[in-house]
Design a protein around this ligand. Structure first.
Ligand SMILES: NC(=O)c1ccc[n+]([C@@H]2O[C@H](COP(=O)([O-])OP(=O)(O)OC[C@H]3O[C@@H](n4cnc5c(N)ncnc54)[C@H](O)[C@@H]3O)[C@@H](O)[C@H]2O)c1
Length: 433
């Protein structure tokens, strides 16, 4: 099948590459000329495990193409995916200007029947708005489908190639058939393709992310209680996670959820609810707890240093919002950095993949280390903000000989408390006394 993907970010590039991998001819369109130039020349623009190899193979074989020209990009395509940003607007609701802007353009460009698929995360009712925007100009038949994306950054290729489920919101049989055919190679093991109406599909995505965010905030509150009551959140987690009704995943406490999805999607669902006079109380609390949790380590750091961080230097391991990605959108590390800098401290940070993105955002406000140990030079203490695998078994002798004080603030509970005690560290973590 010939398909077009509009928007070549984390979702667009992964989807486009994976569709090419199953034999489709894919053209990815983006307005960012520099990004398209790099991709055309075979330079991958995001870090995502397994993506580069697949991208290079399909680029070489001619199944993956890139352009900034929407008109030529959609030429001959049966299906057009919209993988465009839906950032929070000023009031927190999803800003649809990118999606509806492209829909407007598509209306003027369509020359034959096409299935237009919304892969962006969008509020309920957006597929109707997209249809209206296209209808304003379109002289040919088209169908609009809602196909929310559930990939997780860090394992996006695996998630896309073997999805737990594919959700397709469509009313037309013609569009359902096209979508079913397109996804057939990805669900050969029997994982379901769930057909539903467009509105239910749109809400499914928000419900999924909001539920996961709720699990995280819930565990972070249990961790707060553990600290106050002298219990150990790791044991509580194992105790409840072995109950099949609860499940083991998403129960790890930490310094809050970040990324480009959970914060904005939780906010957008709260706003959507307000729009229909519903007060989504649980989600408001989920958001509030997360705000608090992002700087959970700061009071501990301040207390340890008698409320005087002026002139102190902190080594910070991890900048990405989670491991195996270079994405720093809403990363808890950024909130920690801001708070430390405001208190007069300096930061020397290391992240395996996300440093270039942070450089663009923060420039010379912090130092960028060459490796984890380089960040420890002249540092008073170590803070861990992202659980990259390479931070899990570090050389503690080296850490201990380089730090001015043997103190670690661990926002991801990477180490065992007895072991840290044996090694002579003052060790702060989350939800463990
Ligand atoms: N990142 C994730 O893990 C993830 C997972 C599931 C769903 N989503 C949703 O998918 C959507 C896209 O997310 P993302 O993380 O890929 O965003 P992104 O910011 O990484 O990529 C969006 C791309 O769209 C391009 N763009 C903007 N306007 C354009 C236009 N008019 N024409 C062509 N290209 C244009 C941008 O240049 C950018 O490259 C969002 O709605 C998001 O909520 C994201």
């Amino acid at each position: 099948m010939k398909i077009a993907v509009i928007g070549t970010g984390y979702v667009g590039l992964v989807s486009g590459t994976c569709f090419a991998e199953t034999g489709n001819t894919v053209t990815c369109v983006d307005i960012d000329q520099a990004k398209i130039d790099r991709l055309t020349q075979g330079e991958i623009t995001i870090y995502e495990p397994g993506l580069e190899k697949m991208f290079l193979k399909n680029l070489r074989d001619g199944r993956l193409n890139f352009t900034t020209d929407l008109k030529s990009g959609i030429q001959g395509a049966q299906v057009i995916f919209l993988a465009l940003p839906t950032p929070p607007g000023e009031d927190g609701s999803a800003d649809l200007k990118y999606v509806l802007g492209v829909a407007d353009q598509l209306g003027q460009l369509l020359e034959d029947y096409k299935v237009i698929v919304d892969k962006s995360t969008v509020p309920v009712g957006t597929s109707d708005k997209v249809s209206e925007a296209i209808s304003k100009y379109a002289k040919v038949e088209f169908d609009v489908v809602s196909n929310p994306e559930f990939l997780r950054e860090g394992v996006a290729v695996e998630d896309f190639m073997k999805p737990d489920r594919v959700v397709i919101g469509a009313s037309s049989d013609r569009a359902k058939k096209v979508m079913g055919d397109l996804y057939a190679p990805f669900v050969r093991q029997g994982n379901p393709v769930i057909f539903m109406d467009e509105k239910s599909a749109e809400l499914t995505k928000y419900a999924a992310n909001s539920f996961l965010a709720t699990k995280i905030s819930f565990m972070n509150e249990i961790a707060q209680l553990c600290e106050r009551l002298g219990a150990d959140v790791d044991l509580v987690r194992r105790g409840i996670g072995s109950d099949e009704r609860i499940g083991k995943r998403f129960l790890f406490p930490g310094i809050g959820y970040g990324g480009s999805c959970f914060p904005k999607d939780v906010q957008a669902l709260i706003k959507s609810s307000e729009g229909v006079d519903y007060d989504f109380q649980i989600l408001k609390s989920v958001e509030k707890v997360n705000e608090m949790q992002k700087t959970h380590l700061i009071p501990k750091i301040k207390m340890h240093f008698n409320n005087d961080l002026k002139g102190k230097r902190f080594a910070l391991w991890g900048l990405a919002f989670k491991p195996n990605t270079d994405d720093i959108r809403e990363a808890p590390a950024l909130y920690i950095i801001e708070s430390l800098l405001n208190s007069g401290a300096t930061v020397s940070a290391y992240d395996p993949e996300a440093m270039n993105n942070v450089k663009v955002l923060l420039g010379e406000k912090i130092k960028y280390a060459l490796n984890p140990y380089d960040s420890l030079i002249e540092a008073d203490a170590l803070i861990i903000a992202t659980e990259w695998p390479e931070f899990r078994t570090p050389n503690f002798d080296q850490i201990s000989s380089m730090l001015k004080y043997k103190v670690i603030f661990d926002g991801r509970n990477l180490f065992s408390i007895p072991e840290m005690k044996d090694l002579g560290f003052v060790y702060y973590s989350v939800g463990r006394s």
